[in-house]
Design a protein. Structure first.
Length: 297
């Protein structure tokens, strides 16, 4: 007798998701941004991950300018964004950075994201970090109201522990938890978040699958050890190191959605190529062993 997971909100994202955290650094003009989106869509990447604070609160608007220039693109994609962090900036001189999941703040940020992205509805909004002062029931009411108004289709969280996810999910069904996972950062394998994702059938989103580039350039002992092992495996499989890293993440049975962080089209191609890689358990555990620095118990 098998136990089926509780049905989750009906959210469909592309297998690979394009992250726009660094879009401001790419220095692309509006026409170049339009072409970049078109090329991503041609590769099968239709989900685009944002946050209100990315690029010093400017990243969403840069993407939105492209959608304003080519509005037909909006129908071919899913827009994901996040809110809940009050980040100090020149225009917002808070005394400190802090979290805010109050109804007024979440509503204000959702409505700002809608304006920035030139869209009438956001496909998925995530609470960016766990707010220790969160009133789960009140936040769930905010979710329900904004959904009823047609402004947000689905809700989720990012960087939440299993218990934090469960607390909010009990008040409003969550579509996903966006968490960190890479061959150099494996906490999610043991902290219960991926187990919970499998139990609930809520496919996780994975940020920094390439460890922020440390996988390629890190000189610390762990990075050097992992890179050497992965280079051997990648050479044998005839794929790039980046493709192998994405394949390692994708091998997990929670069926995760890795998020890219690159403006290079070749970087997106390397991520998509991982969808065709069947990594066996021995290779997966060889990378785990290199990362941990010891064999399995």
């Amino acid at each position: 007798m098998t136990t089926q997971p509780t049905p989750r909100p009906d959210l469909s994202l592309s297998p690979i998701i394009a992250g726009l955290w660094r879009i401001r650094d790419w220095k692309l003009g509006v026409a170049e941004r339009v072409r970049w989106i078109e090329q991503a869509l041609e590769l099968g990447i239709s989900s685009f991950d944002h946050a209100d604070i990315y690029g010093d609160y400017q990243a969403e608007a840069l993407f939105g300018e492209a959608l304003q220039a080519a509005p037909a693109l909006r129908r071919r994609m899913q827009l994901v964004t996040k809110c809940g962090i009050r980040l100090r900036s020149a225009s917002l001189p808070y005394r400190i950075n802090y979290y805010d999941t109050s109804a007024a703040y979440v509503r204000a940020q959702v409505e700002q994201s809608l304006r920035n992205l030139h869209t009438e509805q956001l496909d998925l909004v995530l609470i960016h970090r766990p707010d220790y002062l969160m009133d789960a029931a009140a936040l769930a009411d905010t979710f329900a109201t904004l959904t009823r108004e047609g402004k947000v289709a689905h809700w989720g969280v990012s960087n939440h522990s299993a218990s934090q996810f469960a607390l909010l999910d009990a008040c409003h069904p969550l579509a996903t938890n966006q968490i960190e996972l890479s061959p150099l950062h494996m906490d999610a394998l043991d902290d219960g978040t991926l187990d919970q994702a499998r139990q609930l059938g809520a496919r996780p989103m994975i940020w920094s699958p390439l460890a922020g580039g440390r996988l390629f350039t890190g000189e610390d002992e762990q990075a050097v050890r992992v890179r050497a092992e992965m280079e051997r495996i990648a050479a044998r499989l005839g794929i790039s190191l980046a493709t192998l890293a994405y394949a390692w993440v994708l091998r997990h049975p929670s069926r995760p959605h890795p998020i890219t962080g690159t403006g290079r089209m070749e970087g997106l191609r390397e991520a998509v190529a991982a969808l065709e890689v069947s990594l066996d358990a021995e290779d997966w555990y060889a990378i785990w062993t290199a990362s941990k620095g010891h064999p399995v118990p």
